[in-house]
Design a protein around this ligand. Structure first.
Ligand SMILES: Cc1cc2nc3c(=O)[nH]c(=O)nc-3n(C[C@H](O)[C@H](O)[C@H](O)COP(=O)(O)OP(=O)(O)OC[C@H]3O[C@@H](n4cnc5c(N)ncnc54)[C@H](O)[C@@H]3O)c2cc1C
Length: 309
């Protein structure tokens, strides 16, 4: 059960469903795969809310095709050890619940005494200072930032990074006795991975759309990093994503014994094998292992899922 249909939730749900579709039947057993389900719940009626309608429709179709059950337009009211209860009273049993529904600002902000806005974050003026506190800058995920064009900016690495540079610029302007300037955000676009060979990218402020294999192929080449203005700290995160969704890219490129295809990818798509799963034959997976253990036991495991166990 993944709660939240933003990029994080879509990527997690897509990767989990593909594990159950491609890896589990071949490496463990088809019965085990059949007993696994992936749900994606979001209170708004779509996934990837910041993207255009076409990208949202593509993502929904792709997720459904790989077996993700979408519950959209209904929020989660309660999470307990047996699963989740939706706002409409419907219960869905689940052993693992991954929260991808957004983060609340840390308790330090509440303790600061500064006026808090949406999500417990601090509403800042366009010069990135707190209204009424001209010497206090709040940046990144701690702030609700509106740029010079009046756009409410999302909690993204690129926003945090650019705001950091801008705040430094304004502090230098203060010291030089020059006026501060309102934050101008350079929007390089957004991107989300839906599954193997499937991604959506909307590049630049004009949101030029890519979808499917071209958007997917752009990912490891660093376009995501460039498109989103990622700092180096996020490059690792992107590569973990590649390892999860396309395990062979991040792990073992050798073909398995008996695989005669020149391109291992073709082999893996038609018949899952240890190679497609990013596993080595010696990893000794236990076919009796319960489904909820899979993530914690395999290479390329997803830390959030493992942590939830
Ligand atoms: C799962 C996930 C996936 C994401 N994917 C993307 C993505 O693909 N692209 C993208 O652009 N953005 C992504 N983001 C958002 C991005 O990570 C954040 O917007 C960005 O990291 C915000 O930067 P920040 O500096 O404000 O906060 P952070 O990166 O969270 O840094 C805050 C730092 O402050 C430290 N800290 C906190 N409290 C204290 C304290 N009291 N004293 C000292 N230190 C403290 C923390 O330990 C942390 O190191 C993702 C976020 C999540 C959670």
């Amino acid at each position: 059960m993944v709660v939240g249909g933003g990029p994080t939730g879509v990527e997690t749900a897509g990767a989990s469903a593909e594990r159950f579709k491609y890896v589990v039947p071949g490496y463990f057993s088809p019965e085990l795969a059949r007993s696994c389900s992936v749900y994606l719940v979001d209170m708004v009626p779509t996934v990837l809310a910041p993207f255009t309608g076409k990208s949202q429709t593509y993502a929904k179709k792709r997720l459904t095709k790989i077996g993700v059950q979408l519950k959209l337009g209904v929020g989660v009211a309660e999470v307990d050890k047996d699963g989740v209860t939706l706002a409409d009273g419907h219960k869905i049993a689940s052993r693992i619940v991954v929260w991808a529904g957004g983060l609340k600002a840390g308790p330090m902000l509440a303790a600061s005494g500064l006026p808090q806005g949406k999500g417990g974050r601090i509403d800042v003026a366009t010069d990135l200072t707190v209204p009424g506190f001209p010497g206090v800058y709040v940046l990144g995920d701690a702030a609700n930032i509106t740029d010079a064009k009046g756009r409410h900016l999302p909690q993204l690495g690129s926003v945090a990074q650019q705001a950091g540079h801008w705040a430094a610029r304004n502090i230098k302007a203060d010291l030089a006795g020059r006026p501060r300037e309102p934050f101008r955000y350079l929007d390089k676009g957004i991107m989300a991975m839906v599954g193997r060979g499937a991604a959506v990218a909307e590049v630049g402020a004009a949101r030029r759309r890519w979808q499917g294999p071209p958007a997917f192929a752009a990912w490891p080449g660093g376009a995501r990093r460039a498109a989103l203005g990622h700092g180096s700290a996020h490059q690792g995160g992107a590569l973990v994503g590649v390892g999860l969704l396309h395990p062979r890219q991040a792990t073992d490129r050798r073909r398995p014994a008996g695989c005669v295809r020149r391109r291992p990818g073709r082999h893996c798509r038609t018949r899952p094998c240890w190679h497609s799963a990013g596993l080595r034959p010696s990893s000794g997976a236990d076919p009796e292992m319960p489904a909820w253990r899979l993530f914690s036991s395999q290479r390329g495991s997803y830390p959030a899922a493992a942590a939830a166990l």
